[in-house]
Design a protein around this ligand. Sequence first.
Ligand SMILES: [Zn+2]
Length: 74
Amino acid sequence: MSTTVQTLGMLEGYYCDRCGAHAFYMTALHREGELFWCAHHYKQYATALEPVTEYTADESHRLHAGITDDKHVN
Ligand SMILES: [Zn+2]
């Protein structure tokens, strides 16, 4: 079983490997590094990823908080 960790800001500046949208999930794989996902594609691939995932970073709470791609805090 993989674990899911809530992170904040870790995925800023990363984009979905599939479509280039802002990444809200990152899956760290047992063997092959990391994959970044938008919410849409993470949901699409989550079941397939589960057996090969070490852990998942979840920042989907930023979606719900209304934080958008073009709002940067520096
Ligand atoms: Zn995507």
